[in-house]
Each structure stands twice: as structure tokens, then as C-alpha cells.
Write a protein that binds this ligand. Structure first.
Ligand code: AMP
Length: 597
């Protein structure tokens, strides 16, 4: 039921007073995007005017865009490394931000094989909470009645470490779930989760997932939406159910909790809510024991109206699998965010995944856009490109996102490529095109071409004693399995057929590649189980020549042809797979610890 509110919104009639305020805020902020951006930049530059970073560039207190743009360079994480190092090592002076750096957020983007450390300040939590608070008011415009049930969300905390100077370093969501903003959030009928805080905050990923799944099953009739942050996480939950339903149903039947759940606060909570329920156990057992799991989500959680998961960007590869398990439930991508800054939200969350556009909220940071010339690589240092302001981007064009944040990143290249699809009031809306330099991704891992090359080089050392070398390679993120895994196609050239590398040696090559990949990949393999063992598929000699012939037959220039280092086009996959002579999997987990090297 819509409320009559003086705060009307062109987005649609709000369902309650709180929603009316949120929608009004969106309208106001997007209608005055340019003046909000002006205010944000002025605030950031005023409060940080005495920081070491800003004084270095002689802003002399100026807060206008022209001076800012003419004096401050556009930077990447690598440029900030010295400052980040000093902060991590305990320097508490105002280097980047006048407000003390409260912790580091560990990005899934890496630098030199380790997660990037993003400085943040306490008040950023308020900005994140503000963006979260806008999501349901928008969703309520499209899906009525969500206050009558609950959300089954699989949410997890990950391990955290401290820098040498004592600052916490952890992923942004871990920081958010552990904050009072989340833990002691006031009751909100539109945001009731089946997962208790005890389960979400449990550091043991098995116990956390088990408890969240059990709570979801116990409250299956109340569940109106099912979600996780990324599509890969939701599929991992489905896989977990496939592996653990016998024990889960036994717990439900008997009312006695699996003894593997040892976390005291989790046990205490579960003991309170778990009562013998043979009827429910029988229902779940009946569904799960079928060979066909098509539509399992809609069968178990029959009242589910949509899946709340990000399926844009690298996660688009999971859409067919999600459709299979959900029986085609709508997929809602609600927001676009990062460790550096939360950016914006999807004002039409029930649209098709291919139509998703995110509206960047002008109050979150100061945004600039680096026009993309699809034919150029980078830009010369002596003629810096002209960056475009938020309200000046053009529909249809692609840009790289550059941000200036309250926490002390100035003209920082995030690495995301966005295409403008339209405007909401004066705020542009963007299709997420891709992240720069990402070749392979299964979960939050991002492997670039250089990392893959290094990994192949390191692994192929093991072939030397067999007088064998890797003459060509390419790769593929295989997401048909859950969890997905990297497949690397190798064409080998051996000088001595009597002494060719054995299966055991090639397995060790798989492991050597994994050891060489970045820490986000290895954490996915070891701690999160979100990535399966790497596979090498050895192909027949001459396969890569055939690949080139195929590309040329489709119009590639023979002079400019380069072996693609990642493939996903079905005819090419078929060409490669048809020529596989042997396949080998990593036999063990690579090395990983939460500590940084
Ligand atoms: P992290 O800093 O590890 O949280 O990763 C942030 C990155 O994840 C962003 O810069 C994007 O590349 C990607 N990302 C976040 N939200 C979305 C989204 N809604 N769609 C596509 N990619 C996203």
C-alpha cells in the first residue's frame, strides 16, 4: 500500500514514510548531482588541506575543481604504495586524511600478489549504511509485501590481520558485519534475515554456512528472497546443501545440532531455535534426494520472489547455472561498490541482468571519468588526459572510474570500465563493462595476463628435466563445476618421447601454478573453498596453429594475430577440448595464510 507523502518521488509511490524519505533523498541528490559533487569535493579538500599529500601538490587551500584538476595527478595504487606503507607501519600523522585511518580494507584487487590495502576512516561506515538504507525502498517499489517475510542471505566474515603498525586489515564486508551499524541495527520489517548475527559472524566458514543453511531451512516458508553478495557465493551455498543435506535433515528431524558445530554462541543460538520437526525434515529430504536439482531453490523456498545477487561483470558467467537451480527466478543486482568507496545502486533492480545500470550517488565521493579510447593503451605522462565530471559523461561512451574519497584517495583509478546508459535526473547511470586487466575470475579472485604468464613460467621449470617446454598456452574459467576452477591448456614440445613428463609431474605443475597465483586466488582455494583445483589440459601438437587458422578464417589479421590468453567462445573451446590428450589436477592446496608476506 502506497503512502501519501509530501516527499513524492518520480521513482514511484513509496510504501511507507521511511521509504518516502529515502526516495526523496535519491531524487534530491540525483537532481542536484553537480552541486552535490561540488560540495563533496570542497568538503574533502577543506578538511584534508593540511595533509601531507595535499600540501605536496601546493593546493594552498584551494577547493575548486579547476585548481584541483590542474595540480593533482591521476594515480594508481602503485603510486600510493609509499604512503600506504608508512600508514601500515604505524605512522599516524595526517598523510592522506585529516581524520585518523581507522583500518585498512583489503581489496580483492592485488598488487605484487597481495591484496591492496585501502585506507578508510570511521565515518565511511555511515556513508555505506546510507547507501544500504536506500536499497529496500527502491526494491519495495517493484516487489510488494517483502515486510511479511524474511531474506535468506548467505553472508560471511573473512579472516583479518593487523599491519606492523597495529591497524586491522580486512575485507570491507567483514568490517561492515562486525560494526555496530550492522550488529545492533534496529529492527526493520523490510530487512529481517533468517541468518542470525551469531552465524554471520562465526569465523569458521563451515560452521557459518551450516548454521545459515539450517536457519534458512527451518524458516523456509517465511523466506521471500534468497541471496549472497556475488552469484558465486550463492552457488557455493547450493553446493553445500548438496553435500550436507543428509546431516541437515537429521538435525531438523531430531532437533539435535550437528556436533561439528562447536562455536559456543552459535550453538547456544541454534539450541534455542532447533526443535524436532520430522515433517520438515521429510520435505527437505524428499526434494534433495532427487537426482534432478533443477529449480531446487524454488522448490525448497517456495515463496521466493527473487534472488538478490550480483550477476554483472565477471559474475555474468553464473547466470545460466543460477537460472537452472532457481527455476528462472528474477535476479536482482542492487548495488555497485568497492573497498575504496561504495558507488551507487540500481534504480530498476528487477530488470534483466543484461539491462542492469547503476546510478552513481553523487554524495559518496567525488567522481571523475577517464574517457576510454578502445584503441589506445594507457596515456602518455606528459599529456595527461582530460577527465570528465559526473554530470558531463555522454550516453554510449565508455569511461574508467576515477575517485576522490573522504578517506584520502585523490584522483585514484579504480580500474573499472563503465558505459553510460542514461541519466536519472542529472546523475548518469552506468553499465558495468569490465574490470581492467582481468583474464580469469571464479569468485573474487582476479588474475591478469602477467600473473598467468608468470605462473606458467614457474610451473614449466618442472618440465626442464624432461627436455620439454610449453610452446603455447591459453586459459579458461570453468564454472560448470561448483566451485569453478581455472583450466590451462598447454601445448608441449618434448625432445625425448621416451622421457615425457608423467601425470605426477604435470600435477605438480598445476600446484606450482597455483603457488604462483595471487593471495586472493590462494585464499579462495584454501580458506573459502570458492575455487576448485587448477587443471592443466595438454593438447595435441599443432592445436594452437589450428586455433590461429580458425581465427584467421573468421577475419583476424594474420600479421596481428596473438594467441588469446583466455578463451570462452564455444567453438574455440570445442576445438581445444577435442584435441586434449591428457588432463591433470592440482593434487593439494597451495600455501596461504592471512598474514601478508
Ligand atoms: P573489492 O574492492 O574487492 O570489494 O572489489 C570491488 C570491485 O568488484 C569493483 O571495483 C568492481 O570491479 C567489482 N564489483 C563490485 N560491485 C559490482 C557490481 N555490482 N557489478 C560488477 N562488478 C562489481
Amino acid at each position: 500500500m502506497a503512502v501519501d507523502s509530501p516527499l513524492s518521488s518520480q521513482l514511484g509511490p513509496p510504501v511507507c514514510e521511511r521509504d518516502a524519505k529515502a526516495l526523496h533523498f535519491i531524487e534530491e541528490t540525483t537532481s542536484h548531482a553537480d552541486s552535490v559533487q561540488d560540495r563533496v569535493l570542497t568538503e574533502i579538500l577543506t578538511r584534508n588541506s593540511q595533509t601531507e599529500y595535499l600540501t605536496r601538490f601546493k593546493l594552498n587551500g584551494a577547493t575548486d575543481r579547476e585548481t584541483f584538476k590542474s595540480k593533482l595527478p591521476i594515480i594508481t595504487y602503485e603510486d600510493l604504495q609509499p604512503e600506504i606503507h608508512r600508514i601500515a607501519n604505524g605512522d599516524r600523522s595526517a598523510i592522506l586524511s585529516a581524520h585518523p585511518i581507522s583500518e585498512f580494507l583489503t581489496s580483492s584487487g592485488t598488487s605484487a600478489g597481495e591484496r591492496k590495502l585501502m585506507p578508510t576512516i570511521k565515518e565511511e561506515l555511515d556513508r555505506r549504511r546510507l547507501l544500504y538504507s536506500l536499497l529496500m525502498p527502491v526494491m519495495n517499489l517493484y516487489v510488494p509485501g517483502l515486510e511479511r517475510g524474511k531474506g535468506l542471505y548467505f553472508l560471511f566474515v573473512k579472516s583479518e590481520t593487523r599491519t606492523p603498525g597495529g591497524l586491522l586489515a580486512r575485507p570491507v564486508l567483514t568490517s561492515y558485519y562486525k560494526s555496530d551499524h550492522f550488529k545492533t541495527r534496529p529492527y526493520d520489517p523490510y530487512n529481517v534475515y533468517t541468518s542470525p548475527n551469531e552465524a554471520i559472524l562465526c569465523p569458521d566458514s563451515f560452521q557459518s554456512m551450516y548454521a545459515q543453511m539450517l536457519c534458512g531451512l527451518l524458516q523456509r516458508q517465511q523466506v521471500l528472497r534468497v541471496g549472497a553478495v556475488f552469484a558465486s557465493g550463492l552457488l557455493r551455498a547450493i553446493r553445500f546443501l548438496q553435500l550436507n543435506w543428509p546431516q541437515l535433515t537429521q538435525d531438523i528431524e531430531t532437533g539435535a545440532l550437528n556436533p561439528k558445530l562447536t562455536d559456543p554462541s552459535l550453538r547456544e543460538y541454534m539450541d534455542k531455535i532447533l526443535k524436532p520437526n520430522p515433517e520438515l525434515a521429510e520435505y527437505v529430504r524428499h526434494e534433495c534426494s532427487k537426482d534432478n536439482w533443477e529449480g531446487i531453490i524454488a522448490r525448497i523456498w517456495q515463496n521466493t520472489k527473487y534472488l538478490d545477487v550480483i550477476v554483472t561483470g565477471a559474475m555474468a558467467q553464473y547466470i545460466p547455472t543460477l537460472d537452472y537451480y532457481s527455476g528462472g527466478l528474477p535476479l536482482a543486482c542492487t548495488m555497485y561498490a568497492s573497498s575504496e568507496c561504495y558507488f551507487g545502486l540500481n534504480l530498476n533492480p528487477m530488470c534483466k541482468p543484461s539491462q542492469v545500470s547503476y546510478t552513481i550517488m553523487p554524495n559518496m565521493a567525488y567522481f571523475e571519468f577517464l574517457p576510454r579510447d578502445p584503441n589506445s593503451f594507457g596515456f602518455p605522462r606528459d599529456s595527461p588526459p582530460k577527465l570528465v565530471d559526473l554530470v558531463d559523461v555522454e550516453v554510449g561512451k565508455e569511461y574508467e572510474l576515477v575517485i576522490t574519497t573522504y578517506a584520502g584517495l585523490y584522483r585514484y583509478r579504480v580500474g573499472d570500465i563503465l558505459r553510460v546508459t542514461g541519466f536519472h535526473n542529472s546523475a548518469p547511470q552506468f553499465h558495468f563493462v569490465r574490470r581492467k586487466n582481468v583474464l580469469l575470475s571464479i569468485d573474487s579472485d582476479k588474475t591478469d595476463e602477467a600473473e598467468l604468464q608468470k605462473a606458467v613460467e614457474n610451473a614449466s621449470r618442472l618440465l626442464r628435466e624432461f627436455n620439454t617446454r610449453v610452446v603455447e598456452y591459453t586459459s579458461y574459467a570453468d564454472t560448470r563445476t561448483i566451485p569453478g576452477h581455472y583450466v590451462i591448456y598447454w601445448e608441449l614440445l618434448g625432445k625425448d618421447s621416451a622421457n615425457s613428463p608423467t601425470d605426477e609431474v604435470l600435477k605438480q605443475c598445476c600446484l606450482a601454478m597455483e603457488e604462483s597465483l595471487n593471495s586472493v586466488y590462494r585464499q579462495g582455494r584454501v580458506a573459502d573453498n570458492s575455487i576448485g583445483p587448477l587443471e592443466i589440459r595438454v593438447v595435441k601438437n599443432g592445436t594452437f596453429e589450428e586455433l590461429m587458422d580458425y581465427a584467421i578464417s573468421r577475419g583476424a589479421s594474420i600479421n596481428q594475430y596473438k594467441v588469446p590468453r583466455c578463451v570462452n567462445f564455444t567453438p574455440i573451446m570445442e576445438l581445444l577440448d577435442y584435441r586434449v590428450v591428457s588432463s591433470h589436477f592440482s593434487p593439494a592446496s597451495p600455501h596461504w595464510t592471512p598474514e601478508r608476506r
